[in-house]
Design a protein around this ligand. Structure first.
Ligand SMILES: *Cc1c(COP(=O)(O)O)cnc(C)c1O
Length: 494
């Protein structure tokens, strides 16, 4: 399997997966995609049904990462999805009403990003070897909270990789701050900056593109790499859980092999839902993919009108990981549905004018695979309360957006197929918003909110969150934005 860039109009450059994972983004600014979709047949799915998650992951990743050996993939998957990291299993499906809720947050940071960020660092470390790269990778992350912790947890103590995370000192919750400040591992470093998330992000971008810093790094035997969600290494592991969930539903007798399954995904950067789309194109029996957005409903508008217009108000919501105006991975869908030339044209319109429009033929073609719905703040809270009151099922605000969209789709279309909904975070990651949705007063202190949510709902918070109050703080440094580059150089000199 070779990979190409979504913007390579001459189709000249083809790369192996290891190179693509090490590189992150293509030189022409495009995203790497497989040049074709490997096919899985009903027999393949039947065979996967008899396997466990680690074996399914190794098999499915092996269809794309053909330059990795089966042993390498099996090794990476078993280290990533171990009992220590995922005590309850890599994924858990809860049947709630007539929905199958696919909980992807049983990993070490209680968010779905663990599913990719637990295995991708291992794939990267192998990629460095395979590419004959003599330097080690230095991962720089600017985070508004969740991604930084998931990346730290994934890269901690992984060979040939170091990771440095910057977060806005006053822009994250106390729990998020403690999650990062207490991170273990000999190859990690965390610094708070005086400023907001944008300051942290632009600081990282400046350092990333600075020839001066790159040269200093090179002298220390290091090169920059990114843990960004546009890296193919983060997308590929997400395909696995949709195929695996299908197998689990067959094994549990919820569906028959060959039945079509609808899938709803609470969407931000379009990575998670794109993975479900790729699973469908590979041959997994999938009906509709329902793209669920919060109040930032740019994708709902896109799928219903064909116009993607980012010139609009940005809302900070209670489902912050979906607060986004540029869904980077949509570029990959546009490429799959058209070609590099058309795709590059859309991206040019978007960067120059903040808007692009697809013609009616393309919009109708996308509608064969996708439906899209959005859910505002009060409907998100109502959904959390409704599902707790009716089914004793507690969900986080991101998942609530997905549940609302799935139920709306069913009512509007009368489609009776089984519905799988991706659940992307533990409700305890967003205790304050969930308590409020349940009509409770919200304690000032994060840990107090955690305790109260547990008491009111009779559910148990994940250990990684409740144990934080007693963890040892390793990184409590606060720096100015202009000290970020020296901080990177310091870390490189270690
Ligand atoms: C990142 C994230 C999302 C959005 O996923 P995309 O792949 O960016 O669409 C949804 N929910 C949670 C909790 C997340 O952390």
């Amino acid at each position: 399997m070779k990979f190409i860039s979504t913007r390579d109009t001459n189709n000249l450059n083809k790369f192996d997966s290891a190179f693509v994972i090490k590189k992150g983004i293509a030189d022409d600014g495009g995203l790497f995609v497989p040049e074709s979709f490997p096919v899985i047949t009903a027999d393949d799915i039947k065979a996967l049904c008899a396997k466990n998650y680690v074996e399914r992951a190794a098999d499915i990743l092996g269809l794309f990462l053909t330059d990795y050996t089966a042993e390498e993939l099996k090794g990476a998957a078993s280290a990533a999805y171990s009992k220590e990291a995922f005590e309850d299993g890599a994924t858990v499906i809860s049947k709630v009403g007539d929905n199958e809720i696919l909980e992807l947050w049983h990993g070490p940071t209680s968010a779905f990003k663990d599913m990719a960020l637990q295995i991708m660092p291992r794939l990267l470390s192998t990629a460095i070897e395979k590419c004959g790269e003599t330097r080690d990778a230095l991962i720089l992350v600017a985070t508004s909270g969740d991604t930084g912790k998931a990346a730290l947890e994934g890269y901690a103590d992984v060979d040939r990789v170091r990771i440095l995370v910057f977060y806005p000192s006053e822009g994250v919750s106390r729990i998020q701050k403690l999650q990062m400040q207490t991170q273990k591992g000999n190859n990690v470093k965390v610094a708070a900056i005086r400023g907001n998330f944008d300051d942290a992000q632009s600081g990282v971008k400046r350092i990333f593109t600075s020839a001066d810093v790159a040269e200093k790094l090179d002298q220390k035997g290091l090169f920059f790499s990114s843990a960004n969600s546009i890296n193919w290494g983060r997308l590929a592991p997400q395909i696995v859980y949709y195929i695996s969930a299908y197998c689990d539903l067959v094994n549990e007798g919820e569906i028959n092999l060959g039945d079509k399954l609808n899938i709803t995904v609470p969407t931000g950067n379009f990575g998670n839902i794109l993975a479900a789309y790729i699973a469908k194109k590979m041959g997994l029996p999938v009906g509709k993919l329902i793209c669920a957005s919060n109040k930032n409903n740019i994708l709902t508008d896109f799928f219903t009108t064909g116009v993607y217009d980012k010139r609009r108000v940005f809302y900070a919501t209670i489902s912050p990981s979906m607060d986004i105006l540029i869904s980077s991975n949509l570029e990959r869908l546009l490429y799959f549905a058209t070609d590099a030339e058309v795709c590059a044209g859309f991206m040019k319109d978007l960067s120059e004018n903040g808007i692009f429009t697809v013609n009616e033929d393309l919009r109708a073609k996308l509608e064969e695979d996708f439906a899209a719905y959005c859910c505002d703040e009060s409907l998100t809270k109502e959904t959390i309360k409704k599902y707790f009151d009716s089914y004793s099922y507690l969900c986080d605000p991101h998942t609530a957006v997905g549940i609302y969209a799935a139920d709306k789709y069913k009512v509007e279309t009368g489609d009776k197929r089984a519905m799988l909904i991706a659940s992307t975070a533990s409700p305890y990651k967003f205790s304050a918003a969930v308590l409020e949705a349940l009509g409770e007063s919200v304690p000032e202190d994060d840990f107090e909110a955690l305790r109260k949510l547990s008491e009111k709902t009779g559910t148990v918070p994940p250990k990684n969150l409740s144990s934080l109050a007693d963890a040892v703080v390793r990184f409590d440094k606060i720096i100015d934005v202009k000290e970020m580059a020296p901080e990177v150089e310091d870390f490189a000199a270690l």
